[in-house]
Ligand binder design. Structure first.
Ligand SMILES: Nc1ncnc2c1ncn2[C@@H]1O[C@H](COP(=O)(O)OP(=O)(O)OP(=O)(O)O)[C@@H](O)[C@H]1O
Ligand SMILES: [Mg+2]
Length: 308
């Protein structure tokens, strides 16, 4: 496996997974799963509960050590290759992780369930990765960067001093997103970011993700059950079932599959309702302005942590 090119010339395919096998005891979750994520896209990842979406995400970021297969992230071998990299824990996770510290600073993660530190304010939460990766950063600058990330995530400035328990579900998601963006990542991993949000908040969050992706040039791995999200903002969708990716493509391409799960999911009553809202053309965000509700606060700040 080859090493990465310099970060100024990121690979066109930042995530490559080949022949991935993950098992817990006799239970094989992934059995030869292969998948690529293209630079600049929002890849939606769907599949029934327990098909291994979260385990796949954890494998990509080095928190889950697979039994077999190769995973290459930004040109670095995460698993299975000769150049597999070892490092310390991931933000919000305790276990030993794979993937050098430098590499870990190039992605941001929003875990299923959010996982903000409840005893820290929003600003302090965002400062955790900043202090980890840039220990010499002055408290004033760290605070300023945290403020920029809060604005970038569409939250009012006073949110900085609030504790997670003082925020609504939608605000918590945005705060967790702000923390995921703390280090100006190239890759963003989102595990069910709109779960539990009301439709208006979910639509606004979708819009925010699309806008950030286009503005900051992110590549996004987005696990979701939300059909509206898939239609509104995803460039392609990967369907997990039977231990692997059974189909990947735009929604119209997936609709051509006769796999029963795909047909039930996209052509069931909810799938049809979402399609009626967005048209069957797929990736409706640009054409249809996402789910019509915009995002407040976006664009007020820059892309602050560069050079921090
Ligand atoms: N640490 C673990 N130990 C044992 N089994 C695990 C572990 N992590 C995940 N699993 C199992 O792996 C399977 C896939 O789990 P995963 O969390 O990836 O599902 P998922 O597709 O994300 O589901 P959901 O849509 O409900 O979030 C499940 O059967 C789960 O019980
Ligand atoms: Mg999951």
């Amino acid at each position: 496996m080859t090493q990465s090119p310099p970060s100024e010339t990121p690979p066109e395919v930042p995530i490559i997974i080949a022949g991935l096998v993950n098992a817990f005891g006799p239970h094989k979750v992934h059995d030869g799963l292969s998948l690529t994520v293209r630079r600049g896209e929002i890849l939606g990842v769907v599949g029934g509960s327990g098909t291994g979406k979260s385990v796949l995400m954890r494998s990509i970021i080095g928190l889950q050590h697979p039994q077999a297969g190769q995973i290459t992230v930004l040109g670095h071998g995460m698993a299975g290759g000769d150049d597999e990299e070892q490092a310390q824990p991931q933000i919000g996770e305790g276990a030993g992780a794979i993937g050098g510290a430098d590499l870990r600073s190039r992605w941001g993660v929003l875990f299923q369930g959010g996982a903000l530190f409840s005893t820290l304010t929003v600003a302090e939460n965002i400062e955790v990765p900043l202090k980890e990766f840039y220990p010499a950063l002055s408290p004033a600058l760290a605070r300023e960067i945290a403020g920029l990330k809060v604005a970038l995530s569409g939250l009012p400035p006073e949110t900085c001093d609030k504790y997670p328990s003082e925020l609504s579900g939608g605000m918590k998601k945005r705060a967790a997103l702000a923390r995921a963006l703390a280090l100006d990542p190239e890759l963003l991993f989102l595990d069910e970011p709109t779960a539990g949000l009301d439709p208006i908040a979910a639509a606004a969050f979708d819009h925010l993700i699309r806008e950030l992706t286009d503005t900051l040039g992110l590549t996004v791995f987005l696990i979701t059950h939300d059909l509206d999200t898939l239609h509104a903002i995803c460039d392609r969708v990967a369907v997990l079932a039977d231990g692997g990716v059974i189909a990947i493509g735009t929604i119209p391409e997936l609709l051509a599959s006769d796999h029963p799960w795909i047909q039930t999911y996209f052509n069931g009553p909810r799938g049809r309702a979402a399609m009626d809202n967005y048209g069957a053309s797929g990736h409706g965000a640009r054409e249809h302005g996402a789910r019509e509700h915009g995002v407040s606060g976006f664009g007020a700040s820059g892309h602050g942590a560069s050079g921090a």
